[in-house]
Design a protein around this ligand. Structure first.
Ligand code: C5P
Length: 394
């Protein structure tokens, strides 16, 4: 049995949300409803309360509701948040992070997976603004279902109809079911660059954006894993359901990784600085002084240390950015580091810059049994595929 928080938006398809509640309950789930102000024009709180046999939440400003169950708690006590129907306006407000009513505030505050079933006029669905919003939401990890195509209540024809309640329930089951594949597993992920101080205001860094590692952490959490994400200095939001530990230097990252053990798997995506300044200055080095000669010392290799430690996770995955003979170097790195898998990406040539910090990646997955190549695909897709492979291996 899972707990579904169902946000009912304001569209004629709201009546189908009533059927969805009935089907979801028959499948053994509990449903708690939130009705938007616009939703009130199509169904009543009484209908939803009777079908869900639960209190229906309608406003941020109800003192009694807020005292009994704060909105933050309400957003987190579910296993899945479902928005049906998701109107064009709701999708836009979700995509832009609004928090001006109960539904949008819950969607911003939740740490649970979110599934949205859109319903709107065909022109609204096909409008570039809506398409942009849907793309943004999908990049944020929201499952946005494709609407059905057909005759619409407004008399037009095309995509925009709310999927049938049975189809929405199947998507719910699949998202929840996916949630069980890595349930009970702890996966450690490192991501981002490290900053190695020269003095209190200057540091050595690299171009890693953290996007790929954050996407992997999110994909693992979406499969139900408990994920500890040790993140170097990046400005990315924490993916839903992920425990994040922020660090700055390689040595801090090494300590945070050790503190997070034991883990069933470790995915080391961070671009750890190979060297740090031997003795960083305690005070800002003045420009008037002679240009400092930086003496560098090697940082600990976090991946190699972990792969050979007594607390070695069952599956250790390393990353490699290579510019030539990618597969050969990655295979050698796998052995040298003691990793089970190396995920290698080719950062050579004109595309190099767009991999580091960009949104797409071409992958060579090097394992004990050989190498497979994944053609250029979005980092979110790489994350999803890798998470599935990790689930297969654990
Ligand atoms: O040796 P190289 O930096 O190419 O190895 C990359 C892999 O090793 C990545 O998985 C990276 O996270 C990890 N690594 C590490 N600690 C270091 C250097 C690299 O964990 N000091």
């Amino acid at each position: 049995m899972s707990r579904i928080l169902l946000i009912v938006g304001g569209g004629i398809a709201a009546y189908k949300a009533c059927e969805l509640i009935r089907l979801a309950r028959r499948a053994g789930h509990s449903v708690t409803c939130v009705l938007t102000e616009a939703g009130h024009h199509f169904v009543t709180p009484m209908t939803l309360a009777a079908l869900s046999e639960n209190h229906v939440y309608t406003t941020l400003w109800d003192l009694k509701d807020e005292a009994e169950m704060g909105h933050i708690q309400l957003s987190r006590q579910a296993d899945l948040v479902v928005v049906a129907p998701a109107t064009a306006d709701l999708l836009a407000r979700m995509a832009h992070g609004h928090a001006d009513d109960l539904a949008s505030t819950l969607l911003l505050a939740t740490d649970k997976p979110v599934l949205a079933a859109p319903a709107m006029n065909v022109r609204m669905w096909l409008h570039p603004a809506t398409l942009r919003n849907v793309e943004t939401l999908r990049a944020d990890g929201v499952t946005v279902l494709e609407p059905d195509e057909g005759a619409m209540a407004c008399g037009e024809f095309g995509p925009g109809r709310l999927p049938e309640p049975e189809a929405i329930l199947a998507a719910i089951e699949s998202r929840l079911g996916a949630g069980r594949r890595l349930a009970g597993r702890h996966v450690l992920v490192t991501a981002g660059p490290t900053h190695e101080p020269i003095d209190p205001v200057r540091y050595i860094a690299n171009r890693s954006s953290g996007k790929q590692g954050f996407a992997i952490a999110g994909a693992l959490a979406a499969l139900g894993a408990r994920v500890t994400l040790v993140a170097g200095p990046v400005t990315l939001p924490t993916p839903a359901g992920v425990d994040r530990v922020d660090v700055e230097t390689a040595r801090e990252m090494a300590a945070a990784v050790e503190a997070a053990l034991p883990a069933d798997a470790a995915v080391m995506v961070a671009a750890v600085a190979d060297w740090r300044v031997d003795t960083a200055a305690g005070q800002k080095v003045k420009k008037s002084e002679a240009a400092p000669a930086l003496s560098l010392v090697e940082n600990p290799d976090i991946l190699a240390t972990l792969a050979r430690s007594a607390q070695r996770p069952r599956l250790v995955v390393g990353f490699a950015a290579e510019t030539e003979r990618v597969e050969e170097h990655a295979a050698a790195k796998r052995l040298r580091k003691g990793a089970d898998w190396i995920v290698a990406n080719d950062v050579s040539g004109p595309r190099g810059e767009s991999v580091m910090g960009g949104d797409a990646n071409t992958i060579h997955l090097v394992t004990e049994t050989g190498t497979e190549t994944w053609d250029r695909m979005p980092k979110g897709e790489v994350a999803h595929r890798l998470a599935e492979r990790i689930a297969d291996a654990l």
